[in-house]
Design a protein around this ligand. Structure first.
Ligand SMILES: [Zn+2]
Length: 212
């Protein structure tokens, strides 16, 4: 079974993806991490990818196709789990096409839904250590030492974690289009993300028909 996991920043989708990968042996295709690794390598694509990422833009379809093709050339008996792609309908169609070349498809798109208010609440609860850069979250991952990092450094809220900055960079439009497309294709699995990690995981597993 091939899965896509989608959700806004702060939805906990990365955690859910890791749990599924660990338990069910999906091959985890985490596009952001792959692109960051390439940009730090001596690949001929490094410079272009690095520039695109630093501008906060999406990589070109050509680069995405190359990256995905390479990852899909490694067979995964338990299926692939795509995390971070597709970000828009064009990427969705590309992924469908590339899987189609292998005689496969996107079986389910798991969309972890949380409200804008909750995204803002979660992300504005982040605290960063001035000394070592460690990131905590007052709600989900508090420092064992309260207002101080484990290393002793002072914890502060970064300017881009302020509620206004978060609201500004939230982009819902394209995600909504992908979600709509998945619904049309009959593969959408919408999950309420405003619950505990365990509850969300349990529902995903049940609704995908995976064996607990
Ligand atoms: Zn620290």
């Amino acid at each position: 079974m091939n899965l896509v996991i989608l959700g806004p920043q702060g939805s906990g989708k990365g955690t859910q993806a890791e749990m599924l990968v660990e338990k069910y042996g999906f091959s985890h295709i985490e596009t952001g991490r792959i692109l960051r690794a390439i940009s730090a390598s001596d690949s001929p694509l490094a410079e272009e990818i690095s520039k695109t990422l630093s501008e906060g833009k999406l990589v070109s379809d050509e680069i995405l196709e190359k990256v995905l093709t390479e990852k899909l050339s490694i067979p995964s008996p338990n299926g692939y789990l795509f995390d971070g792609t597709p970000r828009n309908v064009k990427q969705y169609d590309l992924l469908k096409y590339l899987l189609g070349l292998l005689g496969q498809k996107i079986d389910r798109l798991v969309y972890i839904w949380i409200s804008e208010e909750e995204v803002v609440r979660r992300l504005s609860s982040r605290r960063t250590c001035l000394k070592c850069g460690n990131v905590y979250n007052l709600i989900t991952n508090p420092s064992p030492r309260g207002n101080v990092c484990a290393c002793g450094g002072e914890l502060v809220q970064r300017a881009d974690d302020s509620p206004d900055a978060i609201k500004k960079r939230l982009t819902w439009g394209f995600t909504k289009e992908v979600k709509q497309k998945a619904e049309e294709d009959g593969i959408l699995l919408e999950i309420n993300g405003e619950r505990s990690i365990e509850e969300i995981h349990k529902e995903i597993v049940e609704r995908l028909g995976l064996n607990g």
